[in-house]
Design a protein around this ligand. Structure first.
Ligand SMILES: CC(C)(COP(=O)(O)OP(=O)(O)OC[C@H]1O[C@@H](n2cnc3c(N)ncnc32)[C@H](O)[C@@H]1OP(=O)(O)O)[C@@H](O)C(=O)NCCC(=O)NCCS
Length: 173
């Protein structure tokens, strides 16, 4: 996956992110406080970052997940949480795409999403899916602009916090 992305996006250094890079992910997340206040109602913690880096949906193997960082001149530009063969064998899944707040609106999100779509096609997958919290209207508009459509809603329970209303969006590849 990463070599395919690197070929398409030579302007970035693209690397799998692991726990030792958690501080760089934190720094990137902290440029997007509005996103975390909207979704989690709190700023991102180190534990939250580590969970994003390491967390796997039930039943998935570690090789099916890549938490990928995009860097320019040693500064983090974006992260992409990418799953293959999820939620079924023909589909890939974007767990998170987050662009540095100061660099949004310049086509970076589109370039990364489209590179991920092409990498998925090259591996034989035929759908891309993702979940967006219903209140994240900016992200919904972004994904719709890229050709994603809502296929269903689901409630995601969060213990003592109100459940999330999540739009599951998909795009045929
Ligand atoms: C959503 C996000 C990834 C988009 O990245 P971006 O680099 O700002 O988006 P781009 O500049 O590539 O925009 C791509 C297209 O979407 C459109 N778009 C982006 N945001 C939009 C909005 N709020 N309303 C309408 N259109 C929008 C752009 O106009 C552009 O259209 P065009 O390519 O046809 O000209 C970025 O804003 C982000 O990181 N948000 C916080 C985290 C988040 O919500 N992630 C998604 C949840 S998985």
């Amino acid at each position: 996956m990463i070599p395919a992305l690197q070929t398409q996006l030579p302007q970035y250094t693209i690397q799998r992110v692991a726990a030792p890079q958690v501080d760089a992910v934190m720094a990137l997340y902290q440029t997007n406080l509005a996103y975390f206040m909207l979704t989690d109602e709190e700023p991102p913690s180190r534990e939250h970052c580590l969970e994003d880096i390491r967390g796997l949906p039930p039943g998935l193997e570690p090789w099916q997940k890549s938490f990928i960082g995009f860097w320019s001149e040693n500064e983090p530009v974006a992260v992409l949480d990418f799953l293959t063969g999820y939620p079924d064998a023909t589909c890939c899944w974007i767990g998170l795409l987050l662009v540095h707040q100061g660099l949004q609106g310049q086509g970076i999100g589109r370039a990364i999403a489209e590179a991920a779509e092409q990498a998925a096609v090259a591996k034989g997958y035929n759908r891309m899916g993702l979940g967006v919290i219903a209140s994240n209207t900016n992200a919904i508009a972004f994904w719709e602009r890229l050709g994603y459509r809502t296929v269903r809603h689901k409630q995601v329970e969060r213990g003592n916090k109100p459940a999330w209303d999540v739009l599951v969006m998909e795009k045929p590849l």
